[in-house]
Write a protein that binds this ligand. Sequence first.
Ligand SMILES: [Zn+2]
Length: 139
Amino acid sequence: MNKNCSIVMDLLPLYVDDICRNETVSFIEEHINGCDTCQMELDSLKEDIAVFPSEKNDIKRIENLSKDIKKRRLDSFFKGLMISSLIFAIGAFVSYQRADVYLLEDGTLVEPFYLIPLGYLAGLVFFISAVVNLIRRKR
Ligand SMILES: [Zn+2]
């Protein structure tokens, strides 16, 4: 093995990854054409790389994983929204039923009326999030 072989073998991984300068590429190719040892080394390097999944596959897998995580995060959000709006709606109606109702001296009825629209609003949010959950589950 001469000195050039040693240099070429050190550079072969960079050559295979296609990150050498043009002068280096032509030096390596010129040497490989006349050197069986380095040619064999290059072939075995290419085989090693073919065994590993390509970077594109890795990127695809990471993208799929990231989509999956986003989907699960949204699923959790809608489930949490469904449960908390149901609890809030029940709480609003129950506290309206249990609230003290009394008349002021001028005849004004004092009752926590605001709980009624809040309860219906929470019920609406529950209904919408339940529908969204059903649609997302079917997909
Ligand atoms: Zn060589």
